[in-house]
Ligand binder design. Structure first.
Ligand code: 1QQ
Length: 377
């Protein structure tokens, strides 16, 4: 066994030394309902990789993305992680953005002492999985209280109805955090309704919500359900503000809900209106490459790869993959970066027993509302 392991690690080291490429895995939902997010994320990574490689790569080595479709499914995310980590032998893995998939697949990376870096995954507990788990997305716990406070201040919201998906890690965590923030802010809840992934008819829940006369609907949903919920609410004459979480945070809501997407409040560190030089450069480059406007998901992926590149610059790659993976993990927490989403640094997260675990984003959110087919601050 020991001999086999020695042979195996020698083979790994040799294959790595020959390859000048820095292989980085990307596991995203590129098909199914969550491809709404996954496509923008893949584009963000590709743009950053092209820019970094055009500027000479990292220490002369080019970044080679190995992109896999996790289909927005836990089982597929696990399969894809195993392929990327054990077969493709990537240095680290980006993704999955869906916390539902991340909660299932991230333990594979943690067990293999390989960095997993989620962009835009925001549920509680993801970075508690372990010290190889990173994300550069501001969590629902950090964002939702700010979104609520702004809706109270600007839209005079005094009482709300709550609607959430109860079978997804992200939508459930969003609900838990909304509930806590509503209690902290002393905002009464008129009714709480639920739905499940794949539902298409929300009229029963929305009728109950309408009868409870809320000033706003607090919604923890992914776009596949969240967009039709907005449409059906407006069709029922429920024209109150909708206060959403990260799942509603995409320009795709305008494609899916058209003019019924008006009056949606969301929070994010990124805004297309942020005029910083880094963001202007990103928005222009993205739009010209992909002929479509970027969203927060694209911006966080773009910044994510630049953050990893900063850590890679500090690592002296030995050609021994396990050692290089650990060295990359150890270099990441210190990275500070100013990108499309603004100034960024990591913040240590704890595991369930309160011991230091992975790393969250230390950033603040900007609250936007949809008006005239765009998100405005
Ligand atoms: C999560 C999210 C979703 C909105 C990602 C698409 O934040 O699952 O954590």
């Amino acid at each position: 066994m020991k001999k086999l392991l020695t042979l195996l690690s020698a083979a790994l080291a040799a294959s790595f030394a020959q390859a000048a490429d820095l292989k980085i895995g990307v596991a995203e939902a590129l098909s199914g309902g969550a491809a709404q997010y996954g496509t923008a994320i893949r584009n963000g990574f590709q743009l950053a990789a092209d820019e970094i490689n055009a500027a000479g790569g990292v220490g002369g080595n080019k970044i080679a993305l190995v992109i896999e479709d996790e289909q927005g499914k836990k089982e597929e995310a696990i399969n894809v992680f195993k392929k990327l980590i054990f077969q493709d032998q990537v240095l680290m893995v980006f993704g999955p953005t869906l916390s539902n998939s991340a909660q299932a697949a991230d333990p594979i990376a943690q067990g293999a002492k390989t960095v997993v870096f989620g962009t835009s995954n925001t549920a509680d507990g993801i970075t508690s999985i372990g010290d190889f788990v990173f994300r550069n997305s501001v969590t629902e716990a950090d964002v939702l209280p700010e979104t609520l406070k702004m809706a109270v201040k600007k839209a005079g919201v005094k009482k709300v109805a709550v609607l959430y998906g109860n079978d997804d890690v992200f939508t459930k965590s969003g609900y838990d955090n909304f509930k806590k923030a509503l209690a902290d802010l002393n905002i009464p809840v008129t009714t709480t309704e639920t739905f499940a992934k794949g539902d298409v008819d929300f009229k029963a829940q929305l009728t109950k919500i309408k009868a409870s006369s809320p000033d706003a609907i607090v919604l923890s949903a992914l776009l596949a359900e969240g967009a039709p919920i907005m449409v059906q609410a407006r069709q029922l004459g429920l024209n109150v503000p909708i206060i959403g979480g990260n799942g509603m945070n995409s320009v795709k809501v305008f494609d899916l809900a058209k003019d019924k997407a008006e009056g949606l409040w969301v929070g994010s560190p990124w805004s297309i209106e942020n005029q910083s030089e880094a963001n202007r450069k990103f928005v222009v480059a993205y739009t010209s490459k992909f002929k479509t406007a970027p969203d927060q998901f694209a911006a966080q992926a773009y910044d994510g790869l630049y953050i990893a590149a900063q850590a890679l610059k500090k690592v002296k790659l030995s050609g021994n993959l396990p050692a290089d993976r650990v060295a990359l993990r150890n270099a990441l927490p210190e990275v500070k970066w100013s990108g499309a989403t603004g100034d960024f640094q990591f913040r240590r997260a704890n595991d369930k027993a309160g011991r230091p675990a992975g790393y969250d984003a230390n950033q603040t959110a900007i609250v936007s509302v949809t008006r005239g087919g765009k998100f405005s601050i």
